[in-house]
Design a binder for this molecule. Structure first.
Ligand SMILES: Nc1ncnc2c1ncn2[C@@H]1O[C@H](COP(=O)(O)OP(=O)(O)OP(=O)(O)O)[C@@H](O)[C@H]1O
Ligand SMILES: [Mg+2]
Length: 341
């Protein structure tokens, strides 16, 4: 490294002089996600410039997000002589983004409230039945020890079920950590499906899920990935309900969720396919724009897909939509974490 300016020292909390003469990039060994300097340089050489965003700890332990843009400087023979790196503190932007993600999630949670109330009502009903029966038999003097025990077991089991639902809701509603971590994507997809399962069943929407027990780990925010899935599921549900024929028999529509672990491309792909009537070809791109919605005022903000796409690109993955039979298929792909390739 030949030169750093004073602002660099202010930002990192370390003196620039420490780096002069050292390796370029040696100043961020603990970046999260971990950085691969060789890859950055190779990309900059090939395309002229490379860009990365990562979280970094200052000397005093505090963390900040930075964006690093690296470009190449060539001599008259076209040989690369220098790399020029500009590092920008983007913590404010990341915080605004996190706020938007959170706001959109709370709006989704609001829309799910009715279904959630039902989820909680069911175990309550079962508990009530068990207690009523015990009380009745107690009054009649016919309550056997065995029955008593069985019913208490039901009560405990159902209380646990309610605690699980509430616990999950609390975690889902919480803000995610700033820092991404390694996570199992199949667990996120499974939790998202479980969260809507009961509500959709009540609305006559069939939902099937093909999710392996475990998949390769990926780097990201687990609650945010779950949020993406819930957004896709809720869009599929809305499309099905809007498209449903009033008096038709049978289910109103189907949603199929699948997660595949593709070893040949080192990618995880998740697909959410619905039978909700589809999206006109010329709208397939605009649906990812912020505030694009076909819903009535007050029904949707048009943020679901744009927030989902920003969450997926933060994981260096891709989210796309395509026509599929009588509906739409959304595909999310993300590379395995490097250590596990
Ligand atoms: N599975 C789908 N089938 C048909 N149309 C869809 C589907 N998913 C999204 N769309 C279309 O894309 C638009 C944008 O979706 P997006 O999730 O971004 O916003 P929204 O659902 O309208 O509102 P919000 O998600 O903020 O509540 C929807 O209004 C709808 O027209
Ligand atoms: Mg939506």
């Amino acid at each position: 490294m030949e030169y750093v300016n004073s602002r660099f020292g202010e930002m990192t909390g370390l003196s620039g002089e420490d780096y002069i003469g050292g390796d370029l990039f040696a100043w961020h060994p603990d970046a999260s996600p971990p950085q691969n300097p060789e890859q950055t340089l190779a990309e900059a050489k090939e395309t002229g410039s490379a860009q990365r965003e990562f979280l970094l700890k200052r000397g005093d332990g505090s963390a900040f997000w930075c964006r690093e843009m690296t470009s190449v400087i060539r001599d008259s023979d076209g040989e690369v002589t220098h790399y020029l790196s500009i590092t920008e503190d983007i913590t404010d932007r990341k915080q605004v983004e996190a706020q938007l993600i959170q706001t959109s999630k709370l709006a989704t949670l609001g829309q799910m409230a009715a279904g959630m109330a039902h989820e909680l009502n069911q175990p309550l009903y079962i508990i009530r039945m068990a207690a009523d029966r015990c009380l009745m038999e107690m009054d009649e003097g016919t309550l056997e020890r065995e029955t008593e025990r069985e019913h208490f077991e039901i009560v405990v089991e159902q209380c646990q079920r309610m605690a699980d639902i509430i616990g999950h809701l609390r975690i889902f509603g919480r803000r995610d950590a700033l820092e991404p971590s390694l996570m199992d994507p199949s667990a996120c997809v499974r939790r998202a499906v479980e969260m809507v399962l009961e509500q959709y069943r009540l609305e006559d929407i069939e939902i099937t899920a093909e999710i392996p027990e475990e998949a390769h780990v990926v780097m990201g925010h687990p609650i945010r990935l779950e949020q993406v899935l819930v957004n896709l599921l809720s869009n599929a549900r809305n499309a099905i309900l809007e498209n449903a024929q009033e008096e038709a028999d049978g289910p109103k529509g189907q949603i199929a969720v699948a997660l595949a672990d593709d070893k040949s491309t080192s990618q995880i792909s998740v697909t959410v396919r619905d039978s909700g009537g589809g999206i006109p070809e010329d709208k397939l791109d605009s649906i990812f724009e912020p505030f694009f919605t076909t819903k009535e005022v007050g029904q949707g903000m048009g943020l679901g897909l744009s927030v989902s796409q920003s969450i997926v690109s933060e994981m260096a993955g891709e989210l796309s939509a395509s026509a599929s039979g009588a509906g739409t298929c959304f595909t999310l792909t993300v590379l395995y974490h490097q250590q596990h390739r």
